[in-house]
Design a protein around this ligand. Structure first.
Ligand code: ATP
Length: 233
């Protein structure tokens, strides 16, 4: 579904991505793990078209998206739940969700809202409140839900467990499992490598802008290098 080849991206003279090649097949949950500053967020932002690429190719569902605008990529089915959630604090929860659907046919939005509210009843209960009043865990659910409102074929999740208490981390991972069970293809960036590898079909390890390892989630958990560097074992 997603084929990335030799992708490069720079911030001025800093080359953050140095030729990334990676595949995500339909229905898969693929994890991307790596230390702070490895380039994980930059990679997702480059896929979404909000960070420019300087070389390489991004193909999605058979189409070359390398030079396609960010909003057209959303229309093609790539929806992004960004690092730090980035909800619009003063806007109501429902308005945040509607913003996620701004490219969807107007007649379909209410039905999509229902689907999201059925999954996250707390968002329905609080739908008229400013998003800024939600707890961290609820804001994370809102950020994921806002991405779901775009009806993703590929969902990009950047650090969904960041800053959450252990019980909420577990809840977030349960949500990710449920989304995969619904058939949504997912590319998950996580610093919580153990949990991410535990639910991933496949995984890639990113180090200073390069993919240094890839394999099934279970292979990665057993890999000595991964255990020493990312799992603290
Ligand atoms: P983290 O988990 O800390 O977000 P990451 O793996 O997502 O790390 P990136 O945020 O993609 O890494 O950063 C990759 C590299 O690009 C780092 O060297 C970082 O310092 C640099 N970088 C990221 N954003 C910018 C920016 N806006 N301007 C300049 N350099 C940046």
């Amino acid at each position: 579904m997603l084929e990335v080849r030799d992708l490069e991206s720079c911030y001025g003279r800093i080359q953050a991505l140095k030729g990334i090649s990676l595949d995500v097949f339909k229905g898969e949950l693929v994890a991307l793990v790596g230390a702070n500053g490895a380039g994980k967020t930059t990679f997702l932002r480059t896929l979404s078209g909000i960070q420019p690429m300087s070389a390489g190719q991004i193909r999605f569902a058979g189409r070359d998206l390398s030079r396609v605008r960010a909003d057209r990529r959303v229309q093609a089915g790539i929806c992004h739940s960004p690092e730090g959630r980035q909800v619009f604090g003063p806007l109501s929860i429902e308005d945040n969700l509607r913003l996620g659907a701004y490219l969807r046919p107007a007649g379909r939005v209410d039905e999509d809202l229902e689907r999201v509210y059925a999954m996250f009843p707390v968002l329905r209960e609080k739908r008229r409140l400013p998003a800024g009043t939600l707890s961290g865990g609820q804001q994370q659910m809102l950020a994921i839900s806002r991405a779901l409102m775009g009806r993703p074929r590929l969902l990009l999740l950047d650090e969904p467990s960041m800053g959450l208490a252990p019980l909420l981390v577990e809840e977030v991972f349960n949500v990710i499992r449920a989304l995969k069970a619904q058939g949504i293809t997912i590319l998950l960036v996580e610093q919580n490598a153990f949990a991410a590898l535990g639910i991933a079909d496949r995984a890639y390890v990113l180090e200073t802008g390069n993919i240094v390892l890839s394999g099934t989630g279970q292979d990665m958990i057993r890999n000595e290098q991964v255990r020493a560097a990312y799992l603290g074992m």
